[in-house]
Design a protein around this ligand. Sequence first.
Ligand code: COI
Length: 345
Amino acid sequence: MGASNSSEKSAKTMNWDNLGFGLTPTDYMFVMKTSGDGCFTEGRLTRYKSIDISPSAGIFNYGQGLFEGAKAYRRADGHIQLFRIEENARRMKMGADRLCMPCPSIAQFTDAVKKTVLANRHWVPPAGKGSLYLRPLLFGSGPVLGIGPAPEYSFVIFASPIGNWYKAGASAMNLLVDRNVSRAAPGGCGGIKSITNYAPVFEVVKKAKAQGYADVLFLDATTGKNIEEVSSCNIFIVKNNVLSTPATQGTILPGITRRSIIEIATDFGYKVEEREVPLEHALDADEVFCSGTAVGITHVASITYQEKKVEYKTGEGTMSDKLRIALTGIQTGSAQDKKGWTVQL
Ligand code: COI
Protein backbone atom coordinates (compact mmCIF):
# COMPACT_ATOMS: atom_id res chain seq x y z
CA MET A 1 0.00 0.00 0.00
CA GLY A 2 1.45 3.37 -0.91
CA ALA A 3 0.87 6.79 0.55
CA SER A 4 -1.78 8.97 -1.06
CA ASN A 5 -0.77 11.86 -3.28
CA SER A 6 -1.82 14.45 -0.71
CA SER A 7 0.20 12.88 2.09
CA GLU A 8 3.19 12.41 -0.21
CA LYS A 9 2.99 16.13 -0.73
CA SER A 10 2.97 16.84 2.99
CA ALA A 11 5.95 14.54 3.53
CA LYS A 12 7.64 16.37 0.68
CA THR A 13 7.09 19.74 2.32
CA MET A 14 8.60 18.59 5.63
CA ASN A 15 11.54 20.54 6.93
CA TRP A 16 13.79 17.58 7.77
CA ASP A 17 16.39 19.87 9.33
CA ASN A 18 14.34 20.73 12.37
CA LEU A 19 13.07 17.39 13.60
CA GLY A 20 12.87 16.91 17.35
CA PHE A 21 11.15 14.12 19.25
CA GLY A 22 7.59 15.23 18.62
CA LEU A 23 4.63 13.58 16.93
CA THR A 24 4.18 14.20 13.21
CA PRO A 25 1.23 12.03 12.22
CA THR A 26 1.94 9.86 9.18
CA ASP A 27 -0.42 8.22 6.69
CA TYR A 28 -0.98 4.68 7.89
CA MET A 29 -1.10 2.63 11.04
CA PHE A 30 -1.36 -1.09 11.57
CA VAL A 31 -4.16 -2.65 13.63
CA MET A 32 -4.67 -6.26 14.69
CA LYS A 33 -7.13 -7.58 17.29
CA THR A 34 -7.51 -10.90 19.00
CA SER A 35 -10.31 -13.05 17.66
CA GLY A 36 -12.79 -15.24 19.59
CA ASP A 37 -10.11 -17.78 20.54
CA GLY A 38 -7.96 -15.04 22.10
CA CYS A 39 -5.25 -15.27 19.40
CA PHE A 40 -3.99 -12.62 17.02
CA THR A 41 -4.86 -13.66 13.51
CA GLU A 42 -4.72 -11.10 10.74
CA GLY A 43 -4.10 -7.41 10.99
CA ARG A 44 -4.27 -4.66 8.42
CA LEU A 45 -3.06 -1.21 7.56
CA THR A 46 -5.57 1.57 7.94
CA ARG A 47 -5.34 5.32 7.58
CA TYR A 48 -3.82 6.88 10.70
CA LYS A 49 -6.79 7.91 12.82
CA SER A 50 -8.27 7.82 16.31
CA ILE A 51 -9.41 4.41 17.45
CA ASP A 52 -12.83 3.56 18.77
CA ILE A 53 -12.43 2.07 22.24
CA SER A 54 -14.79 1.45 25.16
CA PRO A 55 -14.32 3.46 28.37
CA SER A 56 -14.34 0.11 30.15
CA ALA A 57 -11.34 -1.20 28.18
CA GLY A 58 -8.72 -3.00 30.28
CA ILE A 59 -6.04 -0.47 29.32
CA PHE A 60 -7.99 2.49 30.77
CA ASN A 61 -9.12 0.81 33.93
CA TYR A 62 -6.27 -1.48 34.94
CA GLY A 63 -3.35 -0.28 32.84
CA GLN A 64 -2.97 -3.56 30.95
CA GLY A 65 -0.67 -2.35 28.20
CA LEU A 66 2.83 -2.32 26.74
CA PHE A 67 4.66 -0.27 24.19
CA GLU A 68 7.80 -0.68 22.14
CA GLY A 69 10.05 1.79 20.35
CA ALA A 70 11.99 1.08 17.14
CA LYS A 71 13.41 3.10 14.28
CA ALA A 72 13.57 2.81 10.50
CA TYR A 73 16.55 4.58 8.89
CA ARG A 74 17.09 5.88 5.36
CA ARG A 75 20.50 4.76 4.11
CA ALA A 76 22.64 7.01 1.93
CA ASP A 77 21.70 4.78 -1.05
CA GLY A 78 18.03 5.60 -0.41
CA HIS A 79 17.03 2.17 0.92
CA ILE A 80 15.28 1.86 4.26
CA GLN A 81 16.49 -0.40 7.04
CA LEU A 82 15.35 -1.62 10.45
CA PHE A 83 17.57 -2.41 13.43
CA ARG A 84 17.16 -5.62 15.52
CA ILE A 85 13.40 -5.56 15.19
CA GLU A 86 13.01 -9.20 16.36
CA GLU A 87 14.40 -8.06 19.71
CA ASN A 88 11.48 -5.67 20.10
CA ALA A 89 9.12 -8.54 19.31
CA ARG A 90 10.78 -10.75 21.93
CA ARG A 91 10.68 -8.01 24.56
CA MET A 92 7.00 -7.41 23.91
CA LYS A 93 6.33 -11.13 24.38
CA MET A 94 8.18 -11.06 27.71
CA GLY A 95 6.08 -8.09 28.86
CA ALA A 96 2.85 -9.67 27.58
CA ASP A 97 3.52 -12.81 29.65
CA ARG A 98 4.07 -10.64 32.73
CA LEU A 99 0.86 -8.65 32.14
CA CYS A 100 -1.23 -11.71 31.25
CA MET A 101 -1.82 -10.71 27.63
CA PRO A 102 -1.66 -12.68 24.38
CA CYS A 103 1.02 -11.35 22.05
CA PRO A 104 1.60 -11.34 18.28
CA SER A 105 4.23 -13.88 17.23
CA ILE A 106 7.69 -12.62 16.28
CA ALA A 107 6.79 -13.09 12.61
CA GLN A 108 3.50 -11.20 13.02
CA PHE A 109 5.25 -8.38 14.88
CA THR A 110 8.09 -7.94 12.37
CA ASP A 111 5.78 -8.29 9.38
CA ALA A 112 3.49 -5.61 10.82
CA VAL A 113 6.43 -3.25 11.45
CA LYS A 114 7.69 -3.72 7.88
CA LYS A 115 4.22 -3.06 6.43
CA THR A 116 3.87 0.08 8.55
CA VAL A 117 7.25 1.41 7.44
CA LEU A 118 6.65 0.70 3.77
CA ALA A 119 3.21 2.29 3.83
CA ASN A 120 4.77 5.40 5.40
CA ARG A 121 8.04 5.28 3.45
CA HIS A 122 7.79 8.92 2.34
CA TRP A 123 8.01 9.83 6.01
CA VAL A 124 11.39 8.19 6.58
CA PRO A 125 13.71 11.23 6.77
CA PRO A 126 16.63 11.57 4.35
CA ALA A 127 19.90 9.91 5.41
CA GLY A 128 21.45 11.71 8.36
CA LYS A 129 18.36 13.79 9.16
CA GLY A 130 16.61 11.49 11.63
CA SER A 131 14.53 8.34 11.46
CA LEU A 132 10.97 7.05 11.34
CA TYR A 133 10.07 6.12 14.91
CA LEU A 134 7.77 3.11 15.24
CA ARG A 135 5.57 2.79 18.28
CA PRO A 136 4.05 -0.71 18.58
CA LEU A 137 1.34 -0.90 21.28
CA LEU A 138 -0.29 -3.93 22.86
CA PHE A 139 -3.23 -3.36 25.17
CA GLY A 140 -6.41 -4.73 26.65
CA SER A 141 -9.08 -3.21 24.42
CA GLY A 142 -11.98 -5.37 25.58
CA PRO A 143 -14.39 -4.17 28.30
CA VAL A 144 -13.75 -5.20 31.90
CA LEU A 145 -14.98 -4.03 35.29
CA GLY A 146 -14.13 -6.77 37.76
CA ILE A 147 -10.38 -6.70 38.13
CA GLY A 148 -8.72 -9.14 35.74
CA PRO A 149 -7.41 -9.54 32.21
CA ALA A 150 -9.43 -7.95 29.42
CA PRO A 151 -11.45 -10.22 27.09
CA GLU A 152 -9.92 -8.71 23.90
CA TYR A 153 -6.54 -7.23 22.93
CA SER A 154 -5.31 -4.85 20.25
CA PHE A 155 -1.92 -4.54 18.65
CA VAL A 156 -1.40 -1.18 16.97
CA ILE A 157 1.65 0.39 15.32
CA PHE A 158 1.91 4.04 14.46
CA ALA A 159 4.88 5.96 13.11
CA SER A 160 6.35 9.44 13.26
CA PRO A 161 9.49 10.98 11.76
CA ILE A 162 11.79 12.13 14.55
CA GLY A 163 15.14 13.76 15.10
CA ASN A 164 17.02 14.27 18.34
CA TRP A 165 15.39 13.34 21.65
CA TYR A 166 17.04 16.07 23.66
CA LYS A 167 16.88 19.64 22.54
CA ALA A 168 20.64 19.87 22.75
CA GLY A 169 20.82 17.23 20.01
CA ALA A 170 23.98 15.14 20.01
CA SER A 171 25.58 17.26 22.70
CA ALA A 172 25.55 16.29 26.36
CA MET A 173 22.82 16.26 29.00
CA ASN A 174 22.75 17.24 32.66
CA LEU A 175 21.13 14.76 35.04
CA LEU A 176 19.71 15.21 38.53
CA VAL A 177 19.63 12.41 41.10
CA ASP A 178 16.36 12.32 43.03
CA ARG A 179 16.31 9.95 46.00
CA ASN A 180 12.69 10.60 46.86
CA VAL A 181 11.04 8.85 43.94
CA SER A 182 11.72 5.32 42.75
CA ARG A 183 11.10 4.25 39.19
CA ALA A 184 10.75 0.54 39.88
CA ALA A 185 10.93 -1.91 42.78
CA PRO A 186 11.99 -5.57 42.92
CA GLY A 187 9.14 -7.83 41.86
CA GLY A 188 7.49 -4.99 39.94
CA CYS A 189 7.38 -4.12 36.25
CA GLY A 190 10.54 -2.04 35.75
CA GLY A 191 12.00 -4.77 33.54
CA ILE A 192 9.21 -4.66 30.96
CA LYS A 193 7.95 -1.83 28.79
CA SER A 194 4.71 -1.44 30.70
CA ILE A 195 2.80 1.70 29.82
CA THR A 196 2.43 2.25 33.57
CA ASN A 197 6.19 2.76 34.10
CA TYR A 198 6.31 6.23 32.65
CA ALA A 199 3.66 8.59 34.10
CA PRO A 200 4.73 7.97 37.73
CA VAL A 201 7.96 9.90 37.08
CA PHE A 202 6.47 12.75 35.03
CA GLU A 203 6.15 15.05 38.03
CA VAL A 204 9.70 14.62 39.28
CA VAL A 205 11.14 14.91 35.76
CA LYS A 206 9.04 18.01 35.08
CA LYS A 207 10.44 19.67 38.22
CA ALA A 208 14.00 18.71 37.23
CA LYS A 209 13.47 20.15 33.75
CA ALA A 210 12.18 23.38 35.26
CA GLN A 211 15.56 23.61 37.02
CA GLY A 212 17.40 23.14 33.73
CA TYR A 213 18.19 19.41 33.91
CA ALA A 214 17.54 17.15 30.94
CA ASP A 215 16.31 14.22 33.02
CA VAL A 216 16.38 12.42 36.37
CA LEU A 217 18.65 9.54 37.32
CA PHE A 218 16.81 7.08 39.57
CA LEU A 219 18.40 4.95 42.29
CA ASP A 220 17.40 1.44 43.32
CA ALA A 221 14.28 1.31 45.50
CA THR A 222 15.73 -1.06 48.10
CA THR A 223 18.96 0.59 49.25
CA GLY A 224 18.84 3.94 47.46
CA LYS A 225 22.57 3.50 46.80
CA ASN A 226 22.85 2.16 43.27
CA ILE A 227 22.07 3.90 40.00
CA GLU A 228 19.40 2.21 37.90
CA GLU A 229 17.91 4.10 35.01
CA VAL A 230 17.02 7.52 33.65
CA SER A 231 13.30 8.11 32.96
CA SER A 232 13.59 7.18 29.30
CA CYS A 233 16.88 5.32 28.93
CA ASN A 234 19.62 3.09 30.34
CA ILE A 235 22.87 4.45 31.75
CA PHE A 236 26.56 3.52 31.37
CA ILE A 237 29.67 4.74 33.17
CA VAL A 238 33.30 4.60 32.00
CA LYS A 239 36.19 4.50 34.45
CA ASN A 240 39.79 3.76 33.41
CA ASN A 241 38.51 2.42 30.07
CA VAL A 242 36.16 -0.09 31.77
CA LEU A 243 32.51 0.17 30.76
CA SER A 244 29.92 -0.57 33.46
CA THR A 245 26.15 -0.56 33.45
CA PRO A 246 23.56 -1.65 36.02
CA ALA A 247 22.67 -5.33 35.64
CA THR A 248 19.12 -6.01 34.50
CA GLN A 249 17.53 -7.89 37.38
CA GLY A 250 13.90 -7.00 36.95
CA THR A 251 13.94 -3.30 37.82
CA ILE A 252 15.83 -2.08 34.77
CA LEU A 253 14.60 -2.16 31.19
CA PRO A 254 16.65 -4.58 29.08
CA GLY A 255 17.37 -2.03 26.36
CA ILE A 256 18.13 -3.24 22.85
CA THR A 257 20.52 -0.32 22.42
CA ARG A 258 22.05 -1.22 25.81
CA ARG A 259 22.65 -4.83 24.72
CA SER A 260 24.09 -3.68 21.36
CA ILE A 261 26.53 -1.31 23.08
CA ILE A 262 27.73 -4.10 25.36
CA GLU A 263 28.39 -6.29 22.31
CA ILE A 264 30.15 -3.56 20.34
CA ALA A 265 32.32 -2.54 23.32
CA THR A 266 33.26 -6.18 23.93
CA ASP A 267 34.19 -6.55 20.24
CA PHE A 268 36.38 -3.44 20.57
CA GLY A 269 38.23 -5.23 23.38
CA TYR A 270 36.93 -3.13 26.26
CA LYS A 271 36.19 -4.75 29.59
CA VAL A 272 32.44 -4.55 30.16
CA GLU A 273 30.72 -5.11 33.49
CA GLU A 274 27.01 -5.59 34.14
CA ARG A 275 26.78 -5.16 37.88
CA GLU A 276 25.46 -3.10 40.76
CA VAL A 277 26.74 0.42 40.11
CA PRO A 278 26.88 2.47 43.33
CA LEU A 279 26.10 6.16 42.85
CA GLU A 280 29.57 6.98 44.14
CA HIS A 281 31.10 5.04 41.21
CA ALA A 282 29.03 7.11 38.81
CA LEU A 283 30.10 10.32 40.54
CA ASP A 284 33.73 9.20 40.25
CA ALA A 285 33.50 8.11 36.57
CA ASP A 286 35.48 9.56 33.65
CA GLU A 287 32.51 9.42 31.30
CA VAL A 288 28.79 8.75 31.62
CA PHE A 289 26.30 8.23 28.83
CA CYS A 290 22.68 7.26 28.33
CA SER A 291 21.36 4.76 25.80
CA GLY A 292 18.00 3.94 24.29
CA THR A 293 16.14 3.75 21.02
CA ALA A 294 14.92 7.30 21.35
CA VAL A 295 18.07 8.87 22.86
CA GLY A 296 20.57 6.75 20.91
CA ILE A 297 23.84 7.26 22.78
CA THR A 298 23.85 10.64 24.49
CA HIS A 299 26.78 11.92 26.53
CA VAL A 300 26.10 13.00 30.09
CA ALA A 301 27.83 16.31 30.87
CA SER A 302 27.05 16.27 34.59
CA ILE A 303 25.24 14.56 37.42
CA THR A 304 23.98 16.67 40.31
CA TYR A 305 23.44 15.00 43.66
CA GLN A 306 22.60 16.85 46.87
CA GLU A 307 23.46 20.20 45.25
CA LYS A 308 26.89 18.95 44.15
CA LYS A 309 27.51 18.89 40.41
CA VAL A 310 30.05 16.43 38.99
CA GLU A 311 31.18 16.92 35.39
CA TYR A 312 32.39 14.35 32.83
CA LYS A 313 34.40 14.16 29.64
CA THR A 314 32.23 14.39 26.53
CA GLY A 315 32.65 14.61 22.79
CA GLU A 316 35.37 13.47 20.42
CA GLY A 317 37.93 10.97 21.62
CA THR A 318 35.78 9.54 24.41
CA MET A 319 34.79 5.88 24.58
CA SER A 320 31.15 7.03 24.50
CA ASP A 321 31.72 8.76 21.19
CA LYS A 322 33.54 5.81 19.70
CA LEU A 323 30.63 3.54 20.65
CA ARG A 324 28.09 6.09 19.37
CA ILE A 325 29.80 6.31 15.98
CA ALA A 326 30.03 2.50 15.69
CA LEU A 327 26.40 1.93 16.69
CA THR A 328 24.87 4.66 14.55
CA GLY A 329 27.02 3.51 11.62
CA ILE A 330 25.38 0.09 11.74
CA GLN A 331 21.90 1.49 12.40
CA THR A 332 22.00 3.94 9.51
CA GLY A 333 23.87 1.73 7.05
CA SER A 334 26.97 3.96 6.83
CA ALA A 335 29.06 1.15 8.39
CA GLN A 336 29.05 -2.51 7.42
CA ASP A 337 26.70 -4.62 9.53
CA LYS A 338 28.82 -7.65 10.38
CA LYS A 339 26.37 -8.68 13.07
CA GLY A 340 23.28 -9.25 10.97
CA TRP A 341 21.39 -6.72 13.09
CA THR A 342 19.76 -4.83 10.24
CA VAL A 343 17.21 -5.74 7.63
CA GLN A 344 16.63 -3.75 4.45
CA LEU A 345 13.07 -3.25 3.24
C1 COI B 1 12.50 4.45 23.37
O1 COI B 1 13.68 4.73 23.59
O2 COI B 1 12.10 4.15 22.24
C2 COI B 1 11.53 4.46 24.42
O3 COI B 1 10.60 3.71 24.32
C3 COI B 1 11.63 5.40 25.55
C4 COI B 1 10.47 6.32 25.52
C5 COI B 1 10.29 6.97 26.83
C6 COI B 1 10.57 7.32 24.41
